[in-house]
Design a protein around this ligand. Structure first.
Ligand code: GLY
Length: 380
């Protein structure tokens, strides 16, 4: 269980506690985020906290935090190094909300810019619009000074090639594998297909080691839709939040997920709190998740109750069909205006065998760290 409020309430045998009484013992500054690969969330929260302590604006703090992950080529779900769309092109989505000014900005399907969160902020600060997409978003980013760069790393390209090669029509054909008159190979069995793709990848990427090849195959088979969401509260009660992602791997070009949808992948009203999501964007959009979390809190739920209620709406959308729900990976991160927080997931882990669902937290005073999320269901 990830929050002190709930733990204390349980110890006292209480189901609720006045916010004012609790707030006195709360950290004055707090940042939460999704956990992400390579302790990306911990680094993000630490950086954002460092800036909060130096008196930076809460939006500058969370954006500097997620920039670390956007620029990390080894996180394949966010920014530079993100897994590409079905054409092999990386397209990024991001949104931000600034509590004190009650404003927001977003970009969708943005190509060639490493830090879409900063472009989202530029949309908020430098235009009368809220959301720019595709070619227009890129033209705007270049116009305000962002350099255009290739976002596809060699590791991401290898995973994309593995995915292309793994696709077969019902007759076992694929334009990305040897043609009809090539020497015959036994077809059908999954391990044979994997062996064939790995053999071809070894030829195409002679410098890649076996571990990198295995990772590429794993990404082809289990595409990510990871993301980073980060929310901050400072000692003045000001809050801001950001969500940034490369979205669903192998998506149709132009697909925009929940991350840049203000209300879906991100919502913040510093009179109540902030919320954001990672995971399968389409299912989050069907419950307008981040907004739902905040409205649930406005009507009296704790962060944990608010997030779990939102996840139950996803369950309802599938009529609790557990076979279908097993394919949904969805997480919410919720920070209330008094510092109470929660990470909540549909499942205890994204897929069977994966690490447990977690969030990152930096609460002043204290080190940035990971904590377990709460969840609705456990994978067998
Ligand atoms: N939550 C990220 C996406 O679905 O694009």
């Amino acid at each position: 269980m990830s929050n002190t409020f709930t733990r204390r309430a349980a110890l006292l045998g209480a189901t609720a506690m006045p916010i004012a009484a609790e707030a006195q013992s709360r950290p004055r500054r707090i940042v939460i985020s999704s956990a992400n690969q390579n302790r990306g969330g911990v680094h993000c929260c630490a950086r954002a906290m460092e800036l909060l302590k130096s008196g930076a604006d809460t939006l500058d703090a969370v954006i500097a935090g997620v920039n670390l992950v956007e620029l990390d080529p080894t996180d394949h779900s966010v920014g530079y190094g993100g897994l590409p769309n079905e054409d092999g092109v990386v397209e990024l989505d991001a949104s931000c909300m600034h509590g004190p000014s009650r404003r927001g900005g977003a970009v969708g399907a943005l190509r060639n810019i490493k830090t879409p969160s900063r472009v989202a902020k530029a949309v908020m600060e430098q235009t009368s619009h809220m959301f720019l997409a595709g070619e227009g978003a890129l033209r705007f980013a270049k116009a305000v000074g962002f350099p255009e760069e290739d976002l596809l790393t060699e590791e991401a390209r290898m995973a994309w090639v593995a995915w292309k090669k793994s696709l077969k029509d019902p007759s076992g054909h694929n334009n990305w594998t040897p043609g009809l008159d090539a020497p015959p190979e036994k077809r059908g069995a999954a391990d044979q297909k994997k062996a064939q793709v790995l053999r071809e990848l070894r030829e195409m990427f002679p410098h890649a080691d076996e571990e990198a090849l295995a990772r590429a195959w794993n990404y082809a088979e289990h595409p990510t839709h990871g993301t980073i969401n980060c929310i901050a509260l400072n000692e003045k009660g000001e809050m801001s939040a950001v969500t940034t992602t490369s979205g669903m791997a192998w998506k149709i070009p132009g697909r925009v997920g929940d991350s840049p949808i203000i209300g879906g992948g991100l919502w913040l009203d510093q009179d109540v709190g902030g919320a954001g999501s990672t995971g399968l964007g389409e299912e989050n959009l069907r419950v307008c998740g981040a907004h739902t979390c905040i409205e649930n809190m406005r009507h009296g739920m704790t962060p944990k109750e608010a997030a779990l209620d939102t996840l139950r709406r996803v369950v309802r959308n599938f009529n609790a069909d557990m076979e279908k729900l097993a394919q949904v990976d969805l997480h919410f991160y919720v920070l209330r205006k008094d510092g109470e927080y929660c990470g909540a997931s549909l499942w205890d882990r994204p897929v069977p065998g994966a690490p447990m669902a977690r969030l990152a937290v930096a609460a002043d005073p204290g080190e940035s760290r990971e904590e377990d999320s709460v969840w609705l269901f456990e994978r067998k």
